[in-house]
Design a binder for this molecule. Structure first.
Ligand code: DC
Length: 231
């Protein structure tokens, strides 16, 4: 089977707070590729579930939501990223810790993951896609030309998340955040379907002690070495 016409994909997976989101965005912008923020899709399913009064443990209805929800990733009037759900701007709502916890819960359900599979693959388009998530390299795009698995110590990830939330004006205590991250890590790594783990052919980058620019530099060099883009 020829994959000559399949758009190139670079996957960036890793636990929450590893810097995936920041790195993926910077790389996509730098090389002019599309971006898939797959975590946002799980957050949207959780939020849409709450908003429609769906019982928190109703897997089947959440899967139906995942299939049918109308989502638009675009740009807001201020030029920043905007995510709309059924025509409503939910950019801030999906970034809360509550939405993150809800996302981690619905993400453990096989029916929800199956429902989001084709939607995620639909983001692959020329000139290429940077896909950010937990199972981009293992399940959604197993044939990706470049697979990165980004890690950092749990302490560093909690600090980063704390700063991110504080910058957005939300006041979450660091110990509470650390507990939340540990819980989410455990659930994401131990779930039966598509658990968080590096693909066998992924390049692992530990970002604990290096800057964002250094990580971006390393990934850009790896892609250039594979002739995915030019520097
Ligand atoms: O990356 P994030 O924090 O926005 O992701 C929110 C949750 O969604 C995360 O706890 C696990 C889940 N998720 C997933 O299971 N698979 C993905 N590809 C992306 C996110």
């Amino acid at each position: 089977m020829s994959h000559a016409r399949t758009p190139a994909v670079a996957t960036i997976d890793g636990p929450s707070g590893s810097g995936k989101g920041t790195i993926s965005r910077l790389i996509a912008r730098r090389i002019g590729w599309h971006l898939l923020d797959s975590g946002a899709l799980y957050r949207l399913v959780a939020l849409a579930g709450v908003r429609s009064g769906t019982a928190p443990d109703d897997q089947e209805r959440h899967a139906r939501i995942a299939l049918g929800m109308r989502v638009v990733f675009g740009w807001g009037p201020d030029g920043g990223e905007q995510v709309c759900l059924e025509g409503e701007d939910v950019t801030a709502a999906i970034r809360s810790e509550t939405a993150g916890q809800g996302a981690s819960r619905v993400a453990a359900w096989p029916q929800v993951r199956a429902a989001l599979l084709e939607r995620q693959r639909g983001f692959a388009a020329p000139p290429g896609l940077v896909a950010d998530g937990r199972d981009m390299g293992t399940v959604v795009f197993p044939g990706a030309a470049l697979k990165i698995f980004l890690t950092a110590t749990p302490e560093e990830r909690a600090l980063r998340r704390h700063k991110q939330l504080k910058d957005k004006g939300s006041d979450v205590s660091l110990p509470a955040l650390s507990r939340g991250i540990a819980e989410r890590d455990l659930r994401d790594r131990t779930r039966e379907v598509a658990p968080l783990r590096p693909a066998s052919d992924a390049c692992v980058i530990d970002s604990t002690a290096i800057t964002v620019e250094q990580v971006v530099g390393q990934v850009l060099e790896m892609g250039a070495a594979r002739r995915l883009w030019q520097l």
